[in-house]
Design a protein around this ligand. Structure first.
Ligand code: G6P
Length: 610
């Protein structure tokens, strides 16, 4: 969480830094701050609680100017979102630091530094970094050496950017567990948590590796590894279309991203399917050797990615005939599990940065997995770069904090992976063709679900006055009920819970009355009759039922329920299709409640801390 940007530029950089920072607001938005070197020995800062716009407003009253600066947008971990806890943190008005991550030994360091006479002005773990660097600067009078010495005392995960009042043309960044990129621009050189922040100022980038320290001095950029040895890192040219990061005609990024799904899904399978056959290169050449050895699957993920994993379990078992287990990363990392020979670990993460997911995969070899596959939307993320096999979802940049198109494109990749593994495991050729054809049909079917927008906008009116909502699904659509409820919770703050419909009478039925809207997913499968009974059980308790039903089903017997007709699809791809109306329902509910759809309270898109 938290976003950082820093620059050493030829001209005043304040406005540019804020514009860049705004692109990182998805990482946290409870406070922000800036520090600039206005002149040698003149280090000034401004901080504001709330979103970056508040900092912009504050800057109108207290303008800053300078060519070297650092900025930060915060998602609070240690200490409330107050101005004192906002970054940059200073030491003796000489050093300014911004930090993304967590310093695990901050308490000991704080005591030690207090003992040495340093005064602390915040409750954060981050402030120790500034004082520690200051302590070493007193000995070395060299910022590069001071940062190098200080980092050796820090444990935890962090990306930092540091400037010093006596070294006016220098910016130092360190990547240790949290992402950091270097951008080379016309007006100077930059560092940032994500290259998305630098699209307007740079086209050439270096993705720093774990342990790298970058020293930007005037126009020079020098990189050192963990041992302080000079290293060369590959410079990449990246072009971002401005469309990808603009809202266009949409009111919110989330709305734009929901509507982009037919295209995002098509884009994700486009390169893999040739005449309905999955092309050989899809999962890389190494996959050819690896996949025949796979005997079982272990999926690991968090949030919506975990729900994508739950859907995939059904596919791996039913299509690929492979036993599959799915775990939440924050649980799995501290659990003793029995890993059977031939287990392939599949890590799913839209950001590719989630701390818990990374922790699990980094132990993968040691604990005995056959290999591990990464599925992410960020090609340069740590997850993708460290994986044995990496598969990119081509969703395009997703800015809304709640996952939408990254979720459905993850499902597409997992579906393809299950067919590919199935082909090594006795999946009938005709069946494989039927499944890939179903995938090809998806973009058009997703378009059909988007036509429901107006109906769902109207339906949302029913939800805005409710405190709770229940979502029911069975089998492969149960995880979609979970995802639909999660979307509702995240952005509209209505308590929404999902249950496998068969569990209804084991508890949640006690909550059902005329105030409880119950959303039911009714794809065409062998469980329709069971679901109809569950609907009757809810109706008998005066619960208000909204059914998303396959259009080929006759729902007349259901009586007084609202039926929303869904495209006719085979049950295997129903999870992808049924996700969209639930996203739209949550979206419209949140909009009508006046909630901040793209930046829901207390959340962030990239969860880089435990
Ligand atoms: C955050 C995001 C969710 C996401 C989850 C897992 O909570 O807001 O949308 O599902 O993190 O993130 P990952 O990047 O690992 O998929």
């Amino acid at each position: 969480m938290c976003g950082i940007v820093g620059a050493v530029a030829k001209n005043d950089i304040v406005t540019t830094l804020l514009n860049c920072l705004q692109c990182l607001e998805y990482r946290g938005y409870d406070s922000s701050g800036i520090a600039v070197l206005e002149a040698p020995q003149v280090l000034r800062r401004l901080r504001a609680v709330g979103k970056i716009d508040n900092l912009r407003t504050a800057l109108q009253d207290f303008p800053l100017a300078g060519k070297v600066g650092i900025v930060h947008t915060r998602w609070a971990t240690h200490g409330a979102p107050t101005e004192a806890n906002a970054h940059p943190h200073f030491s003796q008005n000489e050093i300014a630091v911004v930090h993304n991550g967590i310093i695990e030994n901050y308490y000991e360091l704080r005591e030690e530094l207090q003992g040495a006479g340093y005064e602390f002005h915040s409750e954060t773990d981050s402030e120790v970094i500034a004082h520690l660097i200051h302590k070493y600067y007193q000995k070395t009078h060299n910022l590069l050496q001071a940062v190098h010495l200080a980092r050796q005392c820090l444990s935890g995960m962090y990306a930092i950017a540091v400037i010093h009042a006596s070294e006016p043309n220098r910016l130092i960044g360190v990547r240790q567990g949290s992402s950091l990129v270097v951008g080379f621009g016309e007006n100077g050189h930059f560092i940032a948590s994500d290259c998305v922040a630098l699209t307007s100022v740079a086209e050439e980038f270096i993705y720093l590796q774990e342990g790298d320290l970058v020293d930007i001095y005037d126009t020079q950029v020098v990189i050192y590894d963990n041992e302080c040895q000079l290293v060369e890192r590959e410079q990449q040219i990246l072009h971002f279309s401005s469309e990808a990061i603009e809202r266009g005609v949409y009111k919110h990024y989330m709305q734009k991203e929901i509507f982009e799904q037919p295209y995002a899904v098509a884009n994700t399978f486009a390169e893999c399917l040739h005449s309905n056959l999955i092309s050989d290169g899809t999962f890389s050449v190494a996959a050819k050797e690896l996949f025949p050895k796979v005997k079982r699957i272990q999926i690991v993920a968090c949030g919506s990615s975990y729900y994508a994993g739950l859907v995939a379990r059904y596919w791996f078992e039913a299509i690929a005939n492979l036993p599959c287990r799915v775990d939440i990363a924050s649980e799995l990392r501290y659990q003793k599990t029995v890993i059977e020979p031939g287990t392939l670990l599949v890590a799913i993460s839209q950001s590719g940065e989630t701390a818990d997911t990374l922790a699990v995969v980094r132990q993968a070899r040691e604990v005995g997995y056959l290999a591990w596959v990464a599925i992410s939307n960020v090609a340069a993320s740590a997850l993708m770069r460290e994986a044995d096999l990496a598969f990119l979802t081509h969703a395009g940049i997703e800015i809304g904090v709640a996952s939408t198109k990254t979720f459905t494109t993850q499902l597409v990749v997992l579906f393809l992976l299950s067919i590919t593994l199935g082909e090594y495991n006795g999946l009938d050729e005709q069946r494989a063709l039927q499944l890939t054809q179903a995938l090809r049909n998806l973009p058009a079917q997703l378009e059909q679900t988007l036509v429901l927008d107006a109906v769902l906008q109207k339906l949302a009116k029913k939800f805005i006055t409710k405190q709770h909502a229940l979502y029911l699904g069975r089998n492969i659509c149960y995880p979609i009920a979970l995802e639909g409820a999660l979307k509702m919770k995240e952005i509209s703050y209505i308590h929404a819970e999902a249950y496998p419909a068969g569990e209804l009478k084991h508890g949640p039925l006690a909550l059902v009355d005329e105030n409880m809207p119950v959303v039911v997913l009714l794809p065409k499968d062998e469980l329709v009759a069971k679901m109809e009974s569950n609907i009757k059980e809810v109706q008998a308790r005066r619960g208000e039922v909204i059914v998303f039903a396959d259009s080929s089903l006759d729902c007349s017997e259901l009586g007084d329920v609202m039926v929303i007709k869904m495209p006719e699809v085979i049950k295997e791809v129903a999870p992808i299709v049924y996700t969209l109306p639930l996203q739209l329902l949550a979206y419209h509910t949140a909009v009508q409640k006046g909630a901040d759809v793209d930046q829901p309270r207390n959340l962030a898109k990239s969860v880089t801390v435990e």
